[in-house]
Design a protein around this ligand. Structure first.
Ligand code: NAD
Length: 471
């Protein structure tokens, strides 16, 4: 049995940890909104006090610029906490439902009970945000949590572990550090809910393991998120938004635009606007993008080799380099790279890119662009740029994706009123705000009958012709 080390507990048995959390979850089941809010407030206070340490950890892990850490790791977490604090009482309140005719005299309500014990497995690409975000939902719903952060970002994962040890008892929330074997061991335990963020391949492993205990799952996965640029898009505006959405975090974003489908009449306009946008954002002094303080690096050598391999594969099969392509193994820098003349035979169009490479394809009719998207697994996000409302709603109606954004990209992550997540291969279940709270809650339907009111005698024997009167 694997062990878990904390400051206070030199050696901790994982099964024991789980059993202790199970006992706490029975007590937390009855926790009030204000008790849950107190737990959330502790996190905000800790973040405020340790903001620089969070930035330093992310910088050490993959050269993430401080401003990007503030914007995409710290802000989404504090915003999620504030949103929960503001709404939790309302979310927790049992919801009355209307009474159907045959049930007259009864009343029905939906209660939101905490599922109980939860497991949160998180990825490396937004290692603070995507670990603490689900924890906020778990705590809002009244669940305990064991967290397994990614081994690929050791500085941030260690910091998260310190944070949790500072704020919670291990029987409430605990971090277990480690690699696949630790995850595998944790997945054998009968958690009430498993919240996994990571690749579709590992998502399948998680779902299979969860089925052994029939634990419910939220799977936040990935895939190839397309951008469709219609003829009448505002190309300057679109190029700036796509450049930011694609190259923030050096392209290592689950909802980053993965490939572009642009109307054939507008490819050159798009390319020239994207080059202008890249210059403006990442190279305003003409010193080269590599010198930009705002460009992160690739997380490790394995991913660096994978990404440079994708560029080589595309170029060797006839793709054209419209921009970028430079790279440096020592610093794991890859220049933002735009590829044209790409085909489905190239790796770049076959797998989730997850790095600063953007293939651009053209289409002749919107029907063809939609058919292309529909020939691939359902994406996590779909982005449409255009001003024709008929084409906009056609695209929304005729494609399926976890989320969709019109005339922008990536931004929906920050809209806490919207459910966030994928569909089928890009994910199962939703997160953020109320939807995150729901993921960790059991919606318990409760029917209340009045003593002595016997309005269902029709349902009981002797049936005679009574049953026939009902249908
Ligand atoms: P990953 O699937 O390799 O790893 C995620 C977590 O699972 C890590 O903690 C890892 O230790 C663990 N893990 C790895 N192999 C395992 C196994 N065999 N059994 C059990 N656990 C295992 O993903 P990653 O490389 O960290 O992240 C990148 C992927 O995550 C991309 O596909 C990206 O699109 C996706 N992602 C999705 C979202 C979202 O919100 N939908 C957000 C970020 C990343």
């Amino acid at each position: 049995m694997l062990s878990h080390q904390t400051k206070e507990n030199p050696v901790f048995n994982i099964e024991q940890l789980f059993n202790n959390q199970k006992l706490t979850s029975l007590v937390w089941r009855d926790s009030s909104a204000s008790e849950r809010i107190d737990r959330l407030k502790k996190i905000t206070a800790w973040i405020k006090e340790h903001q620089q340490e969070i930035r330093d950890a992310l910088m050490s892990d993959f050269g993430k610029p401080e401003a990007e850490t503030d914007l995409s790791e710290i802000f989404p977490v504090t915003a999620e906490i504030n949103h929960s604090i503001k709404n939790l009482k309302k979310w927790m309140k049992p919801k009355s439902v209307s009474t159907p005719l045959p049930m007259l005299g009864t009343s029905g309500k939906i209660y939101f009970e905490p599922k109980g014990t939860s497991l949160i497995i998180s990825p490396w690409n937004y290692p603070f945000n995507l670990t603490i975000g689900p924890l906020i939902s778990a705590l809002s719903a009244g669940c305990t949590a064991i967290i397994k952060p990614s081994e690929l970002t050791p500085h941030t994962s260690k910091l998260v572990s310190n944070m949790i040890t500072d704020l919670f008892e291990p029987n409430e929330v605990a971090v277990v550090l480690g690699e696949v074997e630790v995850s595998t061991e944790l997945l054998k335990l009968p958690f009430d809910h498993i919240f996994f963020t990571g690749s579709p391949a590992v998502g399948k492993i998680v779902m299979k393991a969860a089925s052994e205990n029939l634990s419910s799952v939220t799977l936040e996965l990935g895939g190839k998120s397309p951008v469709i640029l219609d003829e009448d898009a505002d190309f300057k505006d679109a190029a700036e938004k796509i450049v930011w959405g694609k190259f923030v975090n050096c392209g290592q974003t689950c909802i980053a635009p993965d490939y572009i489908l642009v109307h054939e009449s507008q490819r050159e306009t798009l390319l020239s606007e994207m080059k202008v946008a890249l210059q403006k954002m990442y190279d305003p002094d003409y010193k080269g993008i590599e010198k930009s303080p705002d460009m992160a690096r690739i997380v490790n050598d394995k991913h660096f080799k994978r990404l440079t391999g994708i560029i080589e594969d595309a170029l060797s099969k006839g793709a054209a380099l419209a921009f970028g392509g430079k790279h440096s193994p020592h610093t794991r820098y890859i220049e933002p790279t735009l590829l044209t003349e790409v085909t489905d035979e190239m790796q770049v169009m076959q797998e989730e890119i997850f790095g600063p490479i953007l293939p651009i394809q053209t289409y002749s009719t919107l029907e063809k662009a939609i058919a292309y998207v529909n020939s691939k697994p359902k994406p996590l996000a779909l982005y449409y740029f255009g001003q024709n409302s008929e084409n906009t709603s056609k695209t929304l109606r005729e494609t399926s994706s976890g989320n969709a954004v019109i005339n922008d990209c990536v931004l929906h992550f920050l809209h806490l009123g919207l459910p966030f997540g994928g569909v089928n291969t890009s994910g199962i279940g939703k997160s953020h705000g109320y939807h995150g709270f729901l993921a960790f809650s059991n919606e318990k339907g409760v029917l209340k009958q009045r003593v002595g009111l016997n309005n269902v005698t029709l349902l009981r024997p002797p049936y005679g012709i009574k049953a026939k009167q009902i249908i």
